[in-house]
Design a protein. Structure first.
Length: 526
């Protein structure tokens, strides 16, 4: 039985071939191949009666070279059940299905996992304690943005957002599963009546999630990570985040099975979790533990607060997702956040560039960019969004619905991303933050110093160092972070002992600066 063209196209982002199993009497199609970290999809005909979300269990065991991974399946409507798997290693993989429905149980096959294609670096993982890298070791320097309900807008509006992202600097997009503003797609569950809360949590609507995953795939095609937010407190009208635990678990299992194989997927359990009044800390712990235990692809996991910080040291959290605009007004406060969490920190919400009358949506472009730079100097990462709208309504801005960017910060963030990518791997480290150097980079090799809104006319070129440590020579660049220029300074700075704790070049103790705001200097060992 031939694999249909629809199934061949089911796994984008270099997914390769898919496998189709149609019925108990039909032969299972022999698979072709899929590239490493692509998506292999198996489809089975199964029961149409009863409640497929509760009454039917399906999973597939994938095995290769002594390793076995059990992957759950999900119901996709019209009697079709699917299993999606992203192979972590090349080589020959065998698979066998297990199901409570006899027609889907005991099917088997194999496929070849080939080397990844160009541009496929695998999923993002934590690297070196406080940073990120793709599975193949390529550093991931996070420059993220938030568009809460962009994936739920009209096809035309979604296409406009994707076109904007194609030329924007962002490599991560935070996005809600459940709508929080005016949207086209609003019903993740089957409706049971005309009222806003007339829906059945036991009856998931596959069409809603099929549409949503199309947006995840399209972000992946652009090289953008999809940071998918599972719950939020902004929908008191419909109450999707106020379900009972059994309903939360059903939804979570469905989401894991449906989305988890996409290599550009990150999980965010909730946005402003502490404002969801129907859930306790024990509820969030339970759901995060379940997510960790039942996600066979082990994607990144976080949870985002409004006031009460979640304890990000818990083992089911991979990185801290923080809301705090003041923490990225200097390098010290930013660095302290990662010291307390002992994990990478992404300040996903630091207020937004915009013209909103609300205090969280009226940063200037300069203030937005400044927060990114201070976050970088603290060894952390920062997220963007904007609330620019002619009517000053944030719901219809980039933050709420996507569309076009109107702010002045994105080109400067593209410039910052270039600076980050030219820096040490896997990322910038704060250097002796407690002693007010405001220096970050990699000791004895690479240094950044950021001045923020100060307007210096000179800077003492003093680097931390003690007896016996390398006293190297450096070239120095003056970086204008707003005008996006890099001006090399002639000659080298040749370090010698300056005191018990510092190095400098006695022949060149200072560098002259242009007396403007938003400057930085960069020293690179020669």
């Amino acid at each position: 039985m031939a694999v249909s063209r629809r199934m061949m196209l089911a796994g984008s982002m270099g997914a390769g071939a898919a496998v189709l199993a149609r019925s108990a009497s039909a032969a299972v199609a022999q698979p072709g191949q899929v590239e490493r970290w692509g998506v292999l999809e198996l489809a089975f005909d199964g029961p149409r009666t009863g409640n497929p979300f509760d009454d039917v269990a399906l999973s597939v065991r994938f095995s290769s070279d002594g390793r076995t991974i059990r992957v759950p399946g999900f119901y996709d409507g019209d009697g079709v059940y699917r299993v999606r798997f992203s192979p972590p290693e090349t080589g020959r993989w065998q698979w066998t299905s297990e199901s409570s429905a006899a027609t889907m149980s005991g099917k088997s096959g194999s496929f070849e996992c080939t080397a990844p294609s160009a541009g496929n670096h695998g999923p993002v993982r934590v690297a070196a304690g406080y940073h990120f890298a793709y599975a193949d070791g390529t550093p991931f320097r996070q420059i993220g943005t938030t568009c809460y309900s962009w994936a739920l807008q009209s096809e035309a509006k979604c296409a406009q957002t994707l076109a904007t992202l194609k030329t924007a600097p962002f490599n991560k997009m935070r996005m809600l599963v459940f709508p929080n503003v005016e949207s086209v797609a609003t019903n993740p569950f089957v409706r049971t009546g005309p009222g806003p809360r007339d829906w059945d949590p036991a009856r998931i609507d596959p069409a809603y999630f099929r549409r949503f995953e199309d947006r995840i795939r399209k972000l992946g095609d652009l090289g953008i990570e999809a940071d998918v937010i599972l719950f939020h407190p902004y929908d008191e009208k419909r109450g999707y985040s106020d379900m009972a635990r059994a309903d939360d678990e059903r939804y979570l299992r469905y989401i894991i099975a449906r989305f988890g194989a996409y290599r550009n997927l990150w999980w965010s359990m909730a946005n402003e979790y502490d404002d969801v009044k129907s859930k306790t800390m024990a509820d969030w712990d339970h759901l995060l533990q379940m997510l960790q235990a039942e996600d066979p692809h082990d994607r990144l996991r976080s949870i985002h607060q409004i006031t009460t910080y979640y304890d990000n040291r818990k083992p089911w959290i991979t990185h801290s997702s923080i809301q705090n605009g003041a923490a990225v007004l200097d390098d010290v406060r930013a660095q302290l956040h990662r010291s307390f969490g002992l994990k990478p920190v992404v300040f996903d919400e630091v207020c937004y560039e915009g013209n909103s009358k609300l205090r969280w949506g009226n940063l200037t472009g300069e203030q937005m960019v400044e927060r990114f730079w201070w976050g970088l100097m603290g060894g952390t990462y920062v997220g963007h969004s904007e609330t620019i709208d002619p009517e000053r309504n944030a719901d219809h801005s980039w933050l709420g619905q996507g569309g076009r960017l109107a702010g002045t910060s994105p080109p400067r963030l593209a410039f910052l991303r270039r600076i980050m990518e030219e820096g040490p791997a896997p990322g910038i480290e704060p250097i002796q933050t407690w002693w007010n150097y405001s220096i970050a980079g990699k000791e004895f090799e690479y240094y950044l110093h950021y001045f923020g809104s100060e307007q210096p006319t000179q800077w003492p070129v003093v680097l931390p160092g003690r007896k016996g440590q390398p006293m190297n020579a450096y070239r120095l660049d003056i970086i204008d972070t707003w005008n996006m220029t890099i001006s090399p300074v002639d000659g080298l700075f040749r370090m010698q002992r300056h005191g018990d704790y510092d190095f400098h070049d006695p022949a060149r103790p200072t560098v002259t600066l242009p007396g403007k705001p938003w400057l930085a200097v960069r020293l690179v060992k020669v």
